[in-house]
Ligand binder design. Structure first.
Ligand code: NAP
Length: 286
């Protein structure tokens, strides 16, 4: 039997609908959520992500500003723009699309964003808040995964959860969110011994590796929920995840497709954070 497909497009549309309703209600109170997106350079993938973020803002009724800066923009120039946006009452959330060109220190950019406007939740203060479980903003990709699990009635409580990948933007915060929800969490990485055996124990397996066809059926427990965060290109240049979809589909209980799984959820969670930022800045309860 095939796995139940966890439809990120469908869940996103539903969540975006409820965000739009809340945004309209806020506007009626004179509060307009706004997102500023900074893009430095002309990385084609980054341009697509930024365009998708702009479209999502339109869909959710969120005001947006895009700053597409040339690759040779200096770090000081980007910091000056962030300083201006930090002070701008029309802007509730700020993000700088990563990666930035090599001559710019990504950490300096992240540190400069006001913590109350840090809708990517990359600032060390927000990262720390996630660690202690008292957060305003959740990192978008892991939060999107949690929303998908909730939508399909998959409760991490007491379950074996395995996350492959330990990056600061996906793997580590993902593990933390599963832990907050009482999962028994293992984080795997490139030095993990017996990776297949560890993964095969998982009731919930999250793959955030960045390698096409990395997760094979022998790494998956019968009936497990398999969440594919990966966004890779296969040998034909087609977008694909980290999971061997066809073979895992026959063994897993639930599976996210790529595209149409975690990707749309990530951007939807950015919209949710922008709405939350606007509320926080105006002292409106969630
Ligand atoms: P990353 O920073 O490159 O991290 C990859 C992780 O995978 C690292 O922790 C690495 O381990 C681990 N890894 C690599 N090879 C491995 C192996 N052979 N065995 C076990 N672990 C291995 O990547 P990322 O930023 O977390 O992104 C991961 C993937 O998710 C990428 O495909 C990215 O495009 C995608 N992504 C998707 C979304 C979305 O919205 N869908 C958002 C963000 C990222 P070490 O730490 O030991 O090197």
């Amino acid at each position: 039997m095939s796995a139940i497909r966890m439809d990120g497009k469908m869940v996103s549309a539903k969540v975006r609908g409820s965000i739009l309703a809340e945004v309209e209600a806020l506007k009626a109170q004179g509060v307009r959520p706004g997102l500023a997106v900074i893009l430095v350079g002309d990385d084609p993938a980054s341009k697509v992500y930024v365009r998708n973020k702009e479209r999502a803002c339109e869909e959710c009724g969120i005001y947006s500003e895009k700053y597409a800066l040339p690759a040779e923009t200096t770090q000081e120039e980007v910091l000056a723009l962030i300083d201006k946006l930090n002070k701008d009452p029309n802007i509730s959330g700020i993000l700088c699309q990563m990666p930035v060109p090599k001559h710019i220190d990504a950490d300096a950019i992240i540190d400069a964003i006001d913590v109350t406007k840090d809708v990517d939740a990359f600032h060390p203060v927000n990262v720390g808040k996630i660690m202690i479980g008292d957060f305003d903003f959740l990192p978008c990709t892991p939060a999107g995964v949690m929303e998908l699990l909730d939508e399909y009635g998959i409760d991490p409580k007491g379950k074996e959860c395995v996350v492959i990948g330990r990056s600061n933007i996906v793997g580590k915060p993902q593990a933390m969110l599963l832990l907050h929800r009482h999962g028994t969490v293992t984080i795997c990485h490139s030095r993990t011994a017996n990776l297949k055996e560890v993964c095969a124990r998982a009731d919930i397996l999250v793959a955030a590796v960045g390698k096409a066809k990395f997760v094979t059926a022998d790494m998956v427990k019968e009936g497990a929920a398999v969440i594919d965060v990966g966004m890779n290109r296969d040998e034909n240049g087609k977008l694909c995840g980290d999971v061997c979809f066809d073979e895992v589909n026959e063994k897993a209980g639930y599976l996210t497709p790529v595209p149409g799984g975690v990707g749309p959820m990530t951007i939807t969670m950015l919209m949710k954070n922008t709405l939350k930022a606007a509320k926080l800045q105006h002292g409106i309860a969630d």
